[in-house]
Design a protein around this ligand. Structure first.
Ligand SMILES: [Zn+2]
Length: 271
């Protein structure tokens, strides 16, 4: 990992490069290419191989996530303080979003295999954790896109599926007000969406408990974000969603969990 400290190489106008320890900088320097980036230039696309990482000095790069039909939202801005292509040092060769030059200018670039060789992970655990970090970032990015472009109906379906995948329970304990807070929307919107699902026979909701009756239809009701984030997670961590622990290693017996109480007792769907 790059340790950010006081810039040591004042002539290098990128904070990460300028902060490299002297010995590392000396090794990197012959491999750094100086490039001029054009506004609108795509440095890499979603899911495509990252050939180079970019350390801007005067250029500004947007990290963007897009829906299938081309709507987009900016996830982050990268300039002289950072780099584009973090997947390369996180154990993968592709990124979850696109990197597009927002403001033309200068950057240094480094071939991805060169950087990977410099930062060879020290072990399987580190690689695993880094890959999980990238999957988590992909999930966060997808959520940002989802919040902006997808309907409450789609978001509710997606949220229920996310909860199902992350739990061994078949019944979810969540109130509509709780879901509204998670999605950042009004409770009335969640009530209407939940009613639609209930009337369609997809879920059964009662007093803060939701039972998914028809998972296939729930997946069809969800937006693309569910499948997209899940695909990315499985690409990076193929053993997900669940697998048995390595043989011979017993897991502690799960402690009994008290019955879940709805956050707002007494609130129930009108039927
Ligand atoms: Zn979505």
């Amino acid at each position: 990992m790059i340790k950010i400290s006081k810039p040591q190489h004042a002539l290098v106008q990128n904070q990460l490069l300028a902060s490299l320890p002297q010995a590392d900088y000396q090794r990197w320097a012959p491999h750094l290419e100086s490039v001029e980036l054009r506004a609108g230039q795509a440095l890499y696309g979603a899911g495509s191989e990252v050939a180079y990482v970019y350390f801007p000095s005067t250029a500004v790069i947007s990290l963007i996530s897009m829906t299938r039909d081309g709507a987009s939202v900016e996830l982050a801005v990268v300039g002289a303080e950072g780099m584009a292509g973090v997947a390369v040092w996180m154990g993968s060769s592709t990124m979850f979003g696109q990197a597009v030059v927002q403001s033309a200018g200068h950057a240094y670039r480094l071939r991805a295999p060169t950087l990977r060789g410099e930062l060879q992970p020290s072990g399987a655990v580190l690689a695993l954790l880094l890959q999980y970090t990238q999957a988590l970032m992909a999930h966060v990015a997808q959520t940002a896109l989802c919040n902006r472009y997808h309907t409450i109906d789609q978001q509710l379906s997606k949220r229920l599926l996310l909860a199902l995948d992350r739990s061994s329970a078949v019944e979810l304990s969540m109130t509509q007000e709780g879901v509204a807070n998670l999605l950042g929307v009004r409770r009335e919107g969640v009530t209407a969406a939940a009613l639609k699902l209930q009337h369609a026979g997809v879920i059964r909701y009662q007093r803060g408990h939701i039972v998914v009756l028809d998972r296939d239809r729930l997946e069809r009701c969800a937006c693309e974000c569910y499948a997209s984030a899940k695909r990315e997670h499985q690409r990076l961590l193929p053993s997900w969603p669940m697998r048995n622990p390595p043989s011979g290693v017993p897991l502690p017996y799960p402690r009994p969990v008290p019955p879940a109480r709805p956050w707002h007792a007494g609130f129930a769907l009108a039927t």
